[in-house]
Design a protein around this ligand. Structure first.
Ligand code: CA
Length: 255
């Protein structure tokens, strides 16, 4: 559902509950205790840099591609993005060694670009979660320590080191539900006691397939309709809009 006004929040939670009946919560306990958060394009305004780095690498390799198409692969591991583009361009799949070397080059290109800013609205959202008994869990297809290492400083240590799903530990990656299922396991909760925050269609699909209430935020060029079609429970048009209406949303999810 694409968010238009505050009444949509209740409707989105009701629609989710109808599809995913939730077990009762013991008296005195809060239902929602985990916030499963994507990183690139959600916590950091980093996607334009990723696209630029991918575009530079792929054009150097003679792979025909468009700058904006990388937004569609967002959430996929870097290795799978390389395999996908090589298959399309050359009908071959590079070896794991070649993939690792190419991903390393892409990371270098990313690092040469100006440091991405924190996504406006994201710190407010995370602060609100922490102060309301909801533990943030990182769920990223990235393995780039350039951003992961900034989390503690930018997000006031909200992302515990033992609550981080990165490309280093997932096998299949988004859009497979694996990363979000792994995050639920890490947090020790079932799907009804968490929510997902995502900005990319593949990430939204992953969260929805894991059975979790999935908040999509349109922070890049991907239309809100595409995020809705990917299975988002609710789609906000920006992170500040999401942060503004999040207290109402959390209250609905907790009831
Ligand atoms: Ca993302």
């Amino acid at each position: 559902m694409i968010f238009k006004n505050i009444t949509d929040i209740k409707a989105a939670v009701e629609a989710y509950r109808e599809a995913h009946p939730a077990p009762a919560v013991p008296a005195g306990e809060q239902r929602i205790t985990a916030a499963l958060c994507d990183m690139d394009g959600t916590l950091y305004d980093s996607m334009s840099r990723h696209s630029a780095a991918w575009f530079r690498l792929m054009t150097e390799l003679g792979v025909e591609c468009e700058r904006d198409e990388f937004y569609l692969y967002e959430g996929m591991t870097g290795a799978n993005t390389i395999r996908h583009l090589f298959k399309r361009a050359f009908d071959t799949v590079p070896t794991d060694e070649e993939v690792a070397e190419l991903y390393h080059r892409k990371t270098q290109y990313f690092c040469e670009l100006p440091k991405p800013d924190v996504m406006p609205g994201a710190q407010e959202l995370i602060r609100f979660c922490v102060s309301h008994g909801v533990r943030p869990v990182l769920v990223t297809g990235s393995g780039q320590n350039t951003l992961i290492n900034r989390l503690d400083a930018d997000y006031d240590r909200a992302f515990s080191p033992d609550l981080r799903v990165t490309s280093h530990i997932v096998k299949r990656g988004k859009p497979d539900p694996e990363p979000y299922l792994m995050a639920l396991k890490m947090a020790g909760v079932d799907a009804s006691r968490a929510f997902v925050v995502e900005n990319a269609p593949l990430g939204v699909e992953s969260g929805a397939r894991a059975g979790v209430f999935t908040i999509a935020v349109a922070t890049g060029p991907i239309p809100r309709e595409t995020l809705d079609e990917a299975g988002a429970s609710i789609v906000f048009s920006s992170m500040p809009e999401c942060a503004k209406f999040f207290p109402e949303l959390l209250e609905c999810l907790n009831n």
